[in-house]
Design a protein around this ligand. Sequence first.
Ligand SMILES: [Fe+2]
Ligand SMILES: [Fe+2]
Length: 190
Amino acid sequence: MAQLHPIIEAAGRDQIHPPWAVMSESRREHTVRVGRLLWKWSKALGYKRKKRLRWRAAGLLHDALKGEDPAILRGEVEGGHRWPDPLLHGPACAARLRAGGVRDEKLLLAITYHTTGHPSFGNLGQALYIADYLDPGRWGKVRKRAEWRRRMPFDWRAVLEEVAAAKITSLIDRRVPIPPVTADFWRALV
Ligand SMILES: [Fe+2]
Ligand SMILES: [Fe+2]
């Protein structure tokens, strides 16, 4: 694997967010906890240090623009008009990373679709999707989330399906439209 990009290195090794990050303090802490889960899982899977740093960086960076105005973000994302406001922070973060010289396509895909899921996710995309949902700081489903965390990373496939089912069920319960990419992700899973 090539040398890590300095933004990825800073996030993965020193848990430092890029200067353009816009997040509340609690969101910042969420990204650190998600990074911690990814670090733990990648270590349990026996990955080498550089890959583990990359995984933790994905956790740190995924919500880096969560606090930014969607109207600003929309202009930075190719096809930005197709993204609903709450989902824009993923593709916008990937766009900023790309503009900064990051060319790690798997990491960029993972960040872009961390909320919706994507049928082309590799391990990193799936792991970020799961870790984001299993953050121990999240409210609700506390016991269930703890059980899912205990089963990671070795019962990965089953946890992924259960987490995706829970997330999609919650969209249906709240009468939120299911993004087409989420339907594609689900179809690819089952
Ligand atoms: Fe997010
Ligand atoms: Fe998140």
